[in-house]
Design a protein around this ligand. Sequence first.
Ligand code: ADP
Ligand code: MG
Length: 263
Amino acid sequence: MIRHKKAQVVEMEGLTMRWGDISILNNVNLTMKPGETLSIIGPSGSGKSTILRLLAGLLLPTEGRLRLFGKDQNYLRLDQNHPPDVRLVFQNPALLGSLTVKENVSFILRKDKTLSSSEINEKVKRSLSAVGLYDIENKFPGQLSGGMQKRVSFARALINDPIIKEEKMPLLLYDEPTAGLDPIACTRIEDLIVKSTKVANGCSIVVSHVLSTIERTSNRVLLLYGGSFQWDGSIDDFKQSENPFVKQFRGGNLQGPMQAEDI
Ligand code: ADP
Ligand code: MG
């Protein structure tokens, strides 16, 4: 048997994303290897969420090629029989208010008609306990604190999608998971990202402006500005890089290659 090299997690080649006349991503190339944990940084509007939505199969690029786990992505996730195991934790918890925690967390399990209700209960319990939540299955999101809602959204991302049959390493995507949180809540969520990624045996891409989040969750950093990655390096290089984009980002400086009004 010929042993193939382990597929790359993400490969973008000449990827362009345009809204009308505006190129948000312009001929972008990126390779992410198994075991890498990425942070994507850049000013508001630079296209970070767009990248996550492309990876999650919620959007298709205008031009270029996207491969996930070695497979070309030419269709939206919903239109694929065997979508790749990519899980997006949205910027806001995005829980459905009229459904209980259990119904929210087990939403994707509904696709599998063979699961019994006790099997569903068991899976829900397991993913809730992975994020430190117990005995809240029958509560509604409105009865929970913002932090707990966030944890529930993590649990929802951790639960296994029944239509993904192959046991693979999932790709977990987190969009600004610690924006607007106090430093202690930040630490909790950062721990949760590291733990969730480990529990799922996956790799992660975190979009964040928060230095502690970038440093604690990632071993590689990409800086997006003006439609392309302006910097790509290890977390250690990021901490001391003299690159003007990185220096401006780290220092929060108004002066630098990135326009203040864009930030
Ligand atoms: P970021 O997450 O870095 O703040 P986004 O990826 O959300 O940036 O957005 C990048 C740019 O793309 C923004 O200028 C935004 O207005 C634009 N954009 C995002 N989604 C759409 C859409 N559905 N239609 C038109 N423009 C969009
Ligand atoms: Mg965004």
